[in-house]
Ligand binder design. Structure first.
Ligand code: NAD
Length: 350
């Protein structure tokens, strides 16, 4: 391997821009060598800003470049599984944005290619790298709050994405709740066995016309007995609302929203503060840097991958179960989604 990890970025949209900047300015052991986007102009703009020497109009140019040792896949979700497979077959390590795909057959084919090639694959569940959520995990893992009994995740976006995005997003559970499914597993350190969903369209009827939902409450039953809830909305008028609480036998730990400043304004009418950091780019800025630095370190120093292909797959099973639960108005066990495999597989946190 060359001195600095030579990385190619696929996709120069919202996530491509974030990851390109991390590789260029915050990951000294990596060098972003190339960036590709079907919209070559978008790739060129990011390349110019981040000092990336090679600009390409298609992913194949990156996947076929023997100088590139690792790829960061930030193209739309329906391209991920194919990109992961091709990158693995060319011996490149892979960081892939969430989710790997909307269906298990595609995910399994991609993971088989990764396994066969012996390359590393990290999935983009960035919230694990947020300092507050990591502290919650630490409190649970160390026994600081005893045995976890209840988990509450509040995860509300400031505004729905454009309808054009919703159409190919895979729906709220695969696109948005997927982060919360990952958080649930990560924070409790246990697998969810059953989900029950109550969901509706409360924000915009156009979302219903597009076949999706915008408001959901999902109850989770963990194998070890803990019970969880995920509370989602596509529109919180006061901004990005991202909070968790774990309640256990010896206490509780909770996180609050993050704000652009600590000022409070007092008048005769009220005491108030500014709105929370607006959306994911602002709220999770540090976690995006941390996750990609971790990926680079994993490859360069041959460390275990912090968010594996299996970690990418299970939240997709949970999302499919949540949708089935909504459609059939009943609790759904994860084993129903993938046969007996889920029940038989060892717990990654055991
Ligand atoms: N981790 C997170 O918090 C987070 C946040 C947003 C999006 N995402 C994920 O990141 C991925 C990208 O989302 P986004 O919001 O950046 O999308 P985007 O639409 O902003 O960007 C995608 C880019 O990929 C390009 N593209 C499309 N097909 C391509 C191909 N075959 N080869 C090369 N480039 C191609 C498009 O032209 C576009 O510029 C999605 O899978 C999404 O789920 C993750």
């Amino acid at each position: 391997m060359s001195k600095r990890l030579q990385v190619g970025i696929i996709g120069a949209g919202r996530m491509g821009k974030i990851h390109a900047a991390t590789l260029a300015f915050h990951a000294p052991e990596a060098e972003p060598l190339a960036i590709a986007d079907l919209d070559r102009e978008a790739a060129r703009e990011v390349a110019e800003r981040c000092g990336i020497p090679v600009v390409a109009g298609c992913a194949e140019d990156i996947l076929g470049d023997p100088r590139i040792e690792a790829v960061v896949v930030c193209s739309p979700t329906d391209t991920h599984a194919g990109m992961v497979t091709m990158a693995a077959q060319r011996g490149k390590h892979i960081f892939c944005e969430k989710p790997i795909a909307h269906g298990l057959a595609k995910i399994d084919a991609a993971l088989a290619a990764v396994e066969q090639a012996g390359v590393k694959l990290q999935v983009g569940f960035n919230r694990r790298f947020d300092a507050s959520f990591a502290r919650v995990r630490q409190a649970v893992a160390s026994g600081e709050i005893g045995t976890p009994h209840l988990l509450h995740i509040v995860s509300r976006d400031p505004a729905p994405p454009p309808l054009s995005y919703i159409g190919h997003s895979g729906g709220i559970f695969l696109d948005m709740t997927i982060h919360d499914f990952d958080m649930a597993r990560f924070l409790i350190g246990d697998e969810v066995q059953e989900v029950y969903t109550a969901a509706a369209v409360r924000v915009d009827p156009a979302i219903e016309a597009a076949g999706d939902l915008d408001t959901a409450l999902i109850v989770l039953r963990f194998g070890g007995g803990a019970i969880g809830s995920i509370d989602n909305s596509r529109r919180a008028v006061y901004g990005y609302d991202q909070r968790v609480e774990v309640f256990g036998s010896e206490g509780a730990i909770a996180t609050s929203n993050c704000y652009p400043n600590q000022a409070s304004i007092s008048t005769a009418a009220a005491v108030r503060r500014d709105l929370p950091l607006h959306f994911f780019k602002e709220r999770y800025a540090d976690s995006f840097v941390n996750e990609l630095r971790a990926f680079v370190e994993t490859v360069v120093h041959d460390k275990p991958v912090p968010v594996t292909g299996a970690d990418g797959r299970i939240p997709v099973v949970m999302a499919l179960a949540a949708r089935l639960s909504h459609d059939q108005h009943r609790p759904v066990r994860l084993s129903e989604i993938e046969g007996d495999q889920a029940a038989a597989s060892p717990k990654p946190y055991a």
